[in-house]
Design a protein around this ligand. Structure first.
Ligand code: ADP
Ligand code: MG
Length: 338
């Protein structure tokens, strides 16, 4: 075959494979966009684990009529202008890949309205091709409806798990998104059933209660420490509620659910001596870290993070948690069954 430049639709389908792996990837990208748009209330509805239907409604900024089609182009973003901005991103998105990727592999219906415009716009795009663009009445904010994910990439579709398993992934994701944003009210409905509802009242303990229940909530130690470039707030579990896996080690960095080897190591080192080997603690911690010591551009799904000052981050987290655990040694233990 002679060398040819791939057409845009093929490029988008290939790129979609990296960003959009399953229904939970769609939910992640769209909810993050809603958060970046300043929403204070976000509703997520799915049917059949999100495979046949996902609807995400937010009360954020909306997209201006003249920017809607632009938003669906690959590498179009309103969040950074140049590579220098990357070092200071505080928004969740910045690569401009989500909408073009989702559009390439599904049927999207978008209704959006900014506070400045008189009417909203309804935009339909299927498999990356525009179907319609028309004015409609709508409240301020944005609603995305995604139907028949991977309808035009049957191989991808075949690799999906059962609807119940896919719904489980979405549920876990939304628990993390709620814990990472106590200021936003989340509502999750799966097959017409309410699964999660948080109030957005800023109270992290309330969210821990709705996600993990009473036993965990009764055994927390509060943390609030800061130094130059870093502020840690939230809760760690008393040693009594440790688990045999890392599933309860939740932490969020500048509002992102992200993993960092440095932070995980520091947390586990702090608990050494307090819990048995091969047990792991409960944490729900928020790290506010000066973006200038972060590098978030390491992977398309942005799940890993690097620091320019590893040693400083490690020592500060280790000391903060060790101090909190030693402080609580003075307080009588509350058993999980109390
Ligand atoms: P990124 O989030 O990396 O900028 P996306 O492809 O996810 O890229 O979105 C492209 C652009 O569309 C965003 O930069 C934003 O301007 C706009 N956008 C997407 N979703 C929303 C939303 N829910 N509310 C307002 N604007 C949105
Ligand atoms: Mg985005």
């Amino acid at each position: 075959m002679p060398i040819q430049v791939l057409d845009q639709s093929t490029i988008n389908k290939i790129a979609a494979g990296e960003v959009i792996e399953r229904p939970s990837s769609v939910v992640k990208e769209l909810v993050e966009n809603a958060i970046d748009a300043g929403a204070t209330a976000i509703t997520i509805e799915i049917k059949e684990g999100g495979i046949s239907f996902i609807r995400i409604t937010d009360n954020g900024s909306g997209i201006a009529p003249e920017e809607i089609k632009l938003a669906f182009l690959r590498h179009s973003t309103s969040k950074i202008k140049s590579i220098e901005d990357l070092m200071n991103v505080s928004s969740l998105g910045f690569r401009g890949e989500a909408l073009s990727s989702i559009a390439a592999v599904s049927q999207i219906e978008l209704v959006t309205k900014t506070a400045d415009s008189f009417t909203g716009i309804r935009y339909v795009i299927e498999g990356g091709k525009e179907v319609s663009f028309e004015e409609v009445g709508a409240p301020d904010g944005t609603t995305f409806m995604i139907r028949n994910l991977f309808f035009n990439t049957p191989v991808r579709r075949k690799f999906l798990k059962t609807a119940a398993t896919e719904a489980g992934y979405i549920n876990a994701l939304l628990e993390h998104l709620s814990l990472s944003h106590p200021d936003i009210s989340f509502r999750f409905i799966s097959n017409n059933q309410n699964r999660l509802h948080t109030s957005g009242n800023m109270n992290l303990k309330d969210i821990i209660y709705s996600v993990y229940g009473r036993d965990i909530t009764k055994n927390l130690i509060e943390l609030d420490v800061s130094t130059q470039d870093m502020h840690i707030t939230g809760f760690i579990g008393k040693p009594a509620i440790c688990r045999g896996n890392r599933g309860f080690e939740n932490y969020y960095i500048n509002g992102r659910y992200i993993k960092s080897h440095i932070i995980t190591r520091a947390i586990e080192e702090a608990y050494r001596g307090f819990i048995m080997p091969h047990n792991y603690p409960f944490t729900a911690l928020h790290f506010q870290i000066n973006p200038s010591i972060l590098d978030v551009n390491v992977h398309p799904t942005k799940m890993e993070l690097r620091f320019s000052k590893n040693e400083f981050v490690y020592q500060f987290v280790l000391d903060a948690i060790t101090d909190a655990l030693n402080r609580r040694e003075l307080i009588p233990e509350v058993k999980p069954s109390d």
